[in-house]
Design a protein around this ligand. Structure first.
Ligand SMILES: C[S@@+](CC[C@H](N)C(=O)[O-])C[C@H]1O[C@@H](n2cnc3c(N)ncnc32)[C@H](O)[C@@H]1O
Length: 495
């Protein structure tokens, strides 16, 4: 093992679970595009540059029948992840210290390969090695996820970065480099009048940075290498290694220019049906700064019109809560983010109500088709368009795997052991749906730690009363009930 420490060992990039890298997400998007990815519950997943495994370990925990491998140059981070795996007692995940330029086919082939936060921040030979490794290790029906800084937004980032680096060139200590460069950006901002375009560019990025930890600002903004690329350059790089563009890991939001008819016709005029060129032009309109791109083997045939037969192979879920509106036949659906949608479409209402009743579980269309048919909603062209609109609006999620989540709070509720482990050492815990729960409510944290499947409501109440002696029994009781409901709703309780 290399013992040489790098800056990722000494000024630690915060590990995090990224839902958009989960094999379930990758498989669902592949199915939507007509591919036949390996089932999530029987797959091999590789994460290149996995840091301490904060993304990989919760995935492996939630999918015990699949195999997970991760490696990173930073040896101390890997050791920390290995300790975590040992303590958790799971056997389907292996982390090792390694350089991507030195590993290869001895690892075998993988159905899903994830490379998050590497491509744009490493020197050219490493970028090249990464893409070559993906080309070499990807199984025939495999999917690769790569995130990277994109252009033209990367130009704005580079402009700020160069000024920050200029300002801190004589400062060695990472934390000081970060605070001095932020202070410098604030100074630049204040030197410009309100409403000034240059001020707005600085302000927007500074606001983003100020939400992040010093470690992530350091590794994302002040690294030696910073190489944002045009989407088409990235796609060309992938093509050289036998890979092609599948889609983004996140479908474009409703306000994306792609959904404006005048933009579509302008794109068709300028780029014809060249999807890469279209995407590139859209990035210019979006001032795209970051991409999370999925790739598959170049020989796979893709469809981008999402026919009903693709949707039939998917699972669906919805985290909405519904409430009746005053107008008969109308309902309001609210997402956990607070976004609301009012609908008087009987088919849409039936679909969302069915999914709401099953949440956090996902269901196939077959399961709910009889109810949809009663309202006249068929999976014809109109039905598919409606469903895809709800997917794009994030009122309906697509899945390819049934997460092992509880559908109701059982007598002896059990939270994910992986999340309980995180609750002992971190400020967030990962749900079985690969989302995160911020652990800022002490009642939720204590309850989460107690949910090991051995306690019923009575013993939970006794234990919680001991933890919070100043609280009234009724308050503790209702706190337990509402927390259990919340944990159930975010997919934290095991089936
Ligand atoms: C910005 S961090 C991202 C970590 C993680 N993927 C994430 O997104 O949270 C970049 C990681 O790449 C690793 N790395 C850099 N060069 C590498 C190489 N040649 N081989 C393997 N890992 C490398 C670093 O050690 C570091 O952990």
């Amino acid at each position: 093992m290399h013992t040489e420490l790098n800056l990722h060992d000494t000024f630690v990039y915060p590990g995090f679970p990224y839902p958009e890298t989960h094999p379930d997400r990758l498989a669902a998007l592949a199915i939507l595009h007509g591919l036949t990815p390996t089932p999530v519950e029987q797959c091999r997943v590789l994460e290149i540059a996995c840091n301490e495994g904060a993304n990989l370990i919760p995935m492996a925990y939630a999918i015990p029948t699949s195999e997970f491998v991760g490696f990173d140059l930073a040896g101390l981070r890997i050791e920390r992840g290995q300790e975590r795996i040992r303590e958790l007692g799971i056997r389907n995940v292996r982390l090792f210290q390694g350089d991507l330029l030195e590993v290869g086919s001895e690892l075998g082939q993988f159905d899903y390969i994830v490379v998050h936060g590497l491509y744009a921040w490493v020197p050219e030979p490493v970028r090249e090695g990464m893409m070559a490794l993906c080309g070499e290790l990807l199984a025939p029906n495999g999917i690769v996820f790569v995130s990277y800084n994109a252009l033209p937004g990367g130009h704005l980032r580079r402009m700020l970065r160069e000024m920050m680096l200029f300002h801190v060139k004589d400062i060695e200590e990472p934390r000081e480099r970060v605070s001095a460069s932020l202070a410098f950006l604030r100074f630049l901002l204040e030197s410009r009048p309100e409403g000034d375009a240059y001020r707005l560019v600085i302000q927007k990025q500074l606001e983003e940075m100020e939400k992040r930890s010093p470690e992530s600002i350091f590794h994302d903004w002040l690294t030696e290498a910073f190489h944002p690329v045009l989407f088409t350059e990235f796609a060309e790089h992938a093509r050289k290694h036998g890979l092609q563009y599948l889609s983004e890991a996140t479908l474009p939001p409703m306000n994306d220019p792609w959904f404006r008819s005048e933009v579509r016709s302008a794109l068709a005029g300028a780029a014809g049906d060249d999807i890469l060129k279209q995407e590139q032009m859209l990035d210019f309109m979006r001032v795209r700064m970051f991409r999370r791109t999925l790739l598959c083997r170049a020989e796979r045939v893709l469809r981008r019109d999402f026919p009903a037969e693709h949707l039939r192979r998917l699972l669906f879920a919805s985290p909405v809560t519904s409430a009746p509106e005053e107008t008969p036949g109308t309902k309001v659906f609210t997402l956990p983010t607070g976004v609301r949608m009012e609908s008087n479409h009987a088919g849409a209402i039936a679909l969302l109500e069915e999914l709401e009743a099953k949440w956090p579980r996902s269901v196939s269309l077959e399961d709910i088709e009889p109810r949809l048919a009663e309202t006249g909603l068929l999976l014809d062209e109109e039905g598919v368009t409606l469903l895809m609109r709800l997917v794009v609006a994030k009122f309906v999620e697509i899945h390819a795997w049934k997460a092992p989540v509880a559908g109701e709070v059982s007598t002896f509720p059990r939270a994910s052991a992986c999340a309980r482990q995180e609750a002992r050492t971190r400020s967030f815990a990962t749900t079985l749906l690969h989302g995160t729960l911020r652990l800022d409510d002490p009642v939720v944290v204590r309850l989460l730690l107690l949910l090991d499947g051995t306690r019923d409501r009575r013993s939970l109440l006794d234990a919680m009363k001991g933890e919070f002696p100043a609280m009234q029994e009724e308050g503790v009781k209702s706190g337990i009930e509402s927390s259990l409901k919340h944990l159930l709703g975010i997919g934290m309780l095991e089936a």
